[in-house]
Design a protein around this ligand. Structure first.
Ligand SMILES: NC(=O)c1ccc[n+]([C@@H]2O[C@H](COP(=O)([O-])OP(=O)(O)OC[C@H]3O[C@@H](n4cnc5c(N)ncnc54)[C@H](O)[C@@H]3O)[C@@H](O)[C@H]2O)c1
Length: 328
């Protein structure tokens, strides 16, 4: 089974963001024609700057809430890797309407455009947030609980829409439930920054990072390279059993935030020994957060041939080296 996309035309929505720009990079390296649709809501021009002068790259500044922009980006496309969305549980708690407009309305526009353009496959970013209050661990795809945030609802609705579009119109869809992805170009700034870049930036600046709650909540942190592999496998998978469903995309191990903090501090101390003395500050828990998260990746292994190559420790070493170069 093919595992890498090559010589195809691929649309990456949200390509100026963290995951999207990493996808764009690898797809260009593999001789694809890549179109990126992004409105810079949370992404940045800096993330796509290295690609702008490449002849196989086309950037469309546009909004997935606008059906015309979606059509323009999708026409002539073989594969859609749909990443554009407003991430962050707290953002959706503060402004559920905008999260819904982008994550549900925009998603539906993209599905309609992909169907009309007769793309070969529509692969989209779902989320581990789908598991909500379900207590079982590890999380298996068929057992989800009640969503705990507007963000989680939007991702659940995405999966429902994708399923209906597969049934009604025959479009091939694959959802990827990412578990806390990290790696280069993940934004460390702003109130909705993800935990790893937020901690790393604070430590580099010799500031005390804030841990919400007691730090004993756990996550299956997933290095970006594993996500790049999963997207390509999902686009190329054959066999009807592999399609029109959603997969956990993670490494399949969890660590607590306190353990993560120690690992980050230890790794960064190699660059700057003063960091080893910095202690975190513990503050109140955040509403909507899931206490524990651990994925079973068995379904993706069996159906897609997913074989994550980077553990959290291996991924952190690479990510930290990048942040040290780019933030110090
Ligand atoms: N990073 C994670 O840990 C994680 C976990 C689970 C799911 N996801 C999902 O993966 C996807 C990518 O996440 P990310 O971490 O790269 O986030 P990101 O914020 O870095 O990237 C999202 C991109 O989408 C763009 N975008 C937002 N609204 C848009 C709109 N209306 N029109 C066009 N573009 C728009 C942003 O400008 C940004 O470039 C999202 O769908 C997110 O929900 C991410």
């Amino acid at each position: 089974m093919e595992s890498q996309l090559r010589n195809s035309r691929v649309l990456v929505t949200g390509g100026a963001g963290f995951i999207g720009s990493n996808l764009v990079e690898v797809l260009l390296e593999q001789d694809n024609e890549v179109v990126c649709l992004d409105n810079f809501a949370t992404g940045s021009r800096l993330n796509i700057e290295p690609f702008l002068n490449q002849k196989n790259f086309k950037f469309i500044e546009g909004d997935i809430r606008n059906a015309e922009d979606c059509k323009k980006a999708t026409d002539g496309t073989d594969y859609v890797l749909h990443q554009a969305a407003l991430g962050s549980v707290p953002r959706s708690v503060k402004d559920p309407v905008t999260s819904n407009d982008v994550n549900v309305g925009g998603f539906l526009n993209m599905l309609v455009s992909a169907r009309n353009a007769k793309v070969k496959r529509f692969v989209y970013a779902s989320s581990s947030a789908i598991y909500g209050d379900h207590k079982g661990m590890p999380k298996v795809e068929e057992e989800t609980g009640n969503p705990l945030s507007p963000y989680a609802i939007t991702k659940k609705v995405n999966e429902l829409y994708a399923g209906i579009f597969a049934d009604l119109y025959g479009i091939e869809v694959v959802g990827l439930r990412y578990f806390n992805v990290f790696g280069k170009r993940q934004d460390p700034n702003g109130e909705y920054a993800a935990v790893i870049p937020r901690f790393v930036k604070s430590l580099i600046l010799h500031e005390r990072p804030e841990i919400f709650g007691n730090g004993e909540q756990s996550r299956d942190f997933t290095f970006i390279e594993n996500v790049l592999q999963a997207n390509q496998l999902a686009a190329l998978a054959t066999g009807s059993g592999a399609l029109n469903t959603a997969y956990n995309i993670a490494f399949g191990e969890r660590i607590t935030l306190n353990e993560l903090y120690s690992l980050l501090r230890e790794n960064l101390s190699a660059f700057d020994p003063a960091i080893s003395a910095i202690e975190p500050i513990y503050t109140a828990e955040r509403p909507g957060d899931i206490p524990h998260s651990l994925a079973s990746v068995a379904k993706a292994r069996i159906q897609l041939g997913y074989n994550p190559q980077y553990s959290v420790k291996e991924g952190l070493q690479k990510a930290i080296a990048w942040y040290w170069e780019n933030l110090k």
